[in-house]
Design a protein around this ligand. Sequence first.
Ligand code: JHZ
Length: 395
Amino acid sequence: MKKFLDLGLQPLANKYLTRKDLIIKRKEQFYHLEVGFDNKTKLVSILNKVSSQKMFDNNYPYRSSMSKTMTESFKKLSKEIIKTYKPKLILEIGSNDGSLIKNFNKKNAICVEPCKNLAKITKKKGFKTYAEYWDLKLAKKIKSKYHNVDLIYSANTLSHIANLDSVFKSISYLLSDNGILIIEDPSLLECLKRVAYDQFYNEHIYVFSLLGIINKIKKHNLQVFKVEKLKTHGGSIRYFIKKNLNLNIKIHNSVKKHLKDELNYKMNNFKTYIKFGEKVKKSKKNLISIFNNIKKKNKKIIGYGSTAKSVTVLNYCKIKSETLDYFVDTTPNKTCKYMPGTHIYIKNYRKSLLDDIDYIFLGAWNFKDEIFKKEKKFIKKGGKFITHIPTPKII
Ligand code: JHZ
């Protein structure tokens, strides 16, 4: 693994602090966020990993149902899965608060979600939920009860698990011979193109490319047969995967096409990543200068969407509450708390909070369209947004 990016010391994303934590000066855990490229597998990953148990505990705040964009994307996919693959049994790894699985019949669906506070939600709705980490032991437990599973789905989860060999071995073991695996995660190609360095934080152990996925799954008898580009999370890829043995499914053109796009961008070449690292440094300088210029004019700036991604940006650029007054967010477990590292306060979103605001930093830049639609009044009265994607600018 060769390092190409150093984002400094970072706190754990999603570890929001309470008022009491600040008063008693509870020590936050920091880690060195460095990112590297493996020339053999072509995988990009962070170099200093934090254990799953520390990250995905029983108080995990992120809820996938908080955005309309995501719930609609899951609804559309669920319809497609039912129509195309007609699964008798679907298993979701990392089911979060059930925003995908709620579109399926309880009798034909199994959830795997290690964060007990989230697992509770799907359990309460009547879905069989294993509040455990995904590994071979769990796959064996599920197989002994249900035999084979014919569709496994996982969004924004497998890139969060360090041991990919264990992940794919367990999936291959549980999946029926004609079974389908569908995974989706942020796209490395889009991340590079958009200089979205905030896709790197402790939970995102990997940012996947098709090149890397193909290399990693082949030894587990798995094969990508189709890819779809998604707009979600700043550009994601949905990988449709089958077992090698299954010759009934043809390899779709999209695989060849996407591979070509990745190779044209020279994603197999370390130099590309070095160049990306240079762009990140420039992005930091320009974002800081935008904030400084606004503050010189005594204008008020807040953040919108206290994302894991913005934890990386704020800590890397050393932007604190002298610059950003506070964040607004709709997630119950984040509000009335403080951002990791920078300790910027997070208010529960109310439209009226934006009345006396001049500038909004888009923490959730990936939901720009959804947010712009919602905040027409703010835009109409002359309010401006600040984004760092693809280059720092005021919109
Ligand atoms: P969002 C998380 O990353 C963590 P984050 C995780 N590691 C991952 O992989 C991705 O998700 C999938 C708020 N919001 O999705 C809700 C509003 O308040 O970009 C969320 O807190 N109002 C699992 O945190 C945040 O923004 C709104 O109108 O980077 C969005 O977080 C909208 C649209 C969102 O993920």
